[in-house]
Design a protein around this ligand. Structure first.
Ligand code: ARG
Length: 285
């Protein structure tokens, strides 16, 4: 996670952002700390990356990379305002001994590349390029399922779909579970989702329009916007434990709990001292 030290809404790259309304920085920080502490209280280990001045969206750590089996696949942002975040996150991973894989195609990390069992569910359209899906498959060694996003409000896959079970990357595919908003996907992608997840929790516009689907699930607890009451009830009925955490100030930038959280799967593989060794990183040659 990345503290919202420099968080503000100074540009507009999604329909949720309005630079004319000032951000309450103290409130954003208190909400972010509450989210971090909630994840820790649920038993998760949370690392913090140093925020960088001039990168107000760096708080949305989910976009920083995609990490599976100890390999961190670099994010490459669609908009220049966020371009420096990709290298900043990748540096954190190489500094901590992870194998890093350079990107050559636009992809916004775990915002669009959601691990689900043996696969990666991958959004494209508003942000991530479909070419990055092939790159991710090659560098992460996972099957990538391409899904087209069609509603500008749900511009990253993690705003339209929650991986409820299987997010760890080690869960058998048959045990995976997702929730999604069908209307956020093209008809073809809806068919793909129906085939893969015939028993999925079908979300409603009411759930999605408060970014309720932008939730962090560990397979049991689902941390989400408390305003998504219908979604929380549906989750409870399905055996999950919804945990409401108000991140309304961070919603002003177009992100919720999931956007603020990058999941790290797998252990570092390289001794930390080798991080400057040429060739230590996987290159997308
Ligand atoms: N303002 C950021 C952007 O538009 C919000 C990113 C939200 N992150 C996410 N994983 N959905 O890029």
């Amino acid at each position: 996670m990345c503290p919202p030290t420099y968080f503000t809404v100074s540009y507009e790259i999604n329909p949720w952002m309005d630079p004319s309304v000032p951000v309450d920085a103290a409130r954003a920080t208190a909400q972010w700390e509450h989210l971090r502490d909630t994840l820790r209280d649920l038993g998760h280990h949370v690392e913090e990356i140093e925020p960088e001045p001039g990168l107000p969206d760096m708080v949305y750590a989910a976009n920083g990379a995609t990490v599976i089996d100890g390999v961190a696949y670099e994010a490459w942002f669609r908009f220049p305002e966020r371009a420096a975040e990709g290298p900043a996150y990748l540096r954190w991973f190489s500094d901590h001994g992870y194998v890093t894989a350079k990107a050559r195609h636009v992809n916004e990390g775990e915002g669009d590349l959601l691990t689900c069992g043996s696969r990666v569910l991958a959004g494209h359209g508003p942000r991530t390029d479909v070419a990055a899906h092939r790159e991710a498959a090659r560098l992460l060694g996972r099957e990538v399922v391409s899904l087209e996003l069609v509603d500008p409000r749900f511009y990253h896959l993690d705003t339209a779909l929650t991986v409820l079970r299987g997010n760890d990357g080690g869960t058998p595919d048959a045990d995976c579970d997702v929730a999604y908003l069908p209307a956020a996907f093209s008809p073809e992608s809806r068919e793909v989702l129906e085939d893969l997840f015939p028993d999925a929790l079908i979300a409603t516009d009411e759930d999605a329009e408060v970014l309720g689907l932008n939730a962090v699930s560990d397979g049991r607890h689902v941390v989400l916007n408390p305003a998504a009451t219908r979604y929380a009830a549906a989750l409870r009925e399905r055996g999950y434990e919804p945990v409401g955490v108000d991140t309304s100030e961070l919603l002003r930038g177009g992100g919720g709990a999931k956007c603020c959280t990058l999941e790290v799967r797998g252990e570092p593989r390289l001794p930390v001292a080798s991080r400057d060794t040429p060739g230590a990183a996987v290159r997308s040659a």
